[in-house]
Design a protein around this ligand. Structure first.
Ligand code: 5GP
Ligand code: ZN
Length: 114
């Protein structure tokens, strides 16, 4: 794992985050700059730089992250819907190079995204 990776530091605990869920494979915590009433990040404990860098063997882990996002949305009672976003690369809007899902909810979402 790169020593300068912000989200690896959150996984290690050297940068604090309020973990609302964690298991062997991932953690969930609030985004520091929320874009919706609910804005959580679901990140693997393992460093994967982006979706574009994920290997075939990471496929079960990626599925797990989606399942955790859905479970979290149910726990948060986002019954009217929510959005999961996976920004990838510069043009995809990725600013932290450690793969993460955004779970956004609590307001109507617009389309297309910016
Ligand atoms: P990206 O733009 O890479 O898809 O998303 C990165 C997200 O990480 C942004 O929404 C940003 O607000 C969030 N973020 C950046 N630094 C921190 C931090 O130190 N703590 C938390 N909780 N979120 C962060
Ligand atoms: Zn990392």
């Amino acid at each position: 794992m790169p020593s300068d990776c912000l989200f690896c530091k959150i996984v290690e605990g050297t940068i604090p985050a309020n973990r609302v869920y964690q298991d062997d494979l991932c953690i969930v915590f609030p985004d520091i700059n929320p874009q919706a009433p609910t804005h959580l990040l679901v990140i693997p404990k393992q460093h994967i730089a982006s979706q574009a860098k994920a290997a075939a063997e990471d496929t079960p882990l990626l599925g797990h992250l989606l399942a955790v996002a859905a479970d979290t949305a149910r726990r948060r009672k986002l019954d009217r819907g929510y959005r999961v976003v996976l920004n990838t690369g510069d043009e995809g809007g990725q600013t932290v190079n450690h793969l993460h899902l955004h779970l956004l909810g609590g307001r109507p979402m617009t389309w297309p995204p910016g």
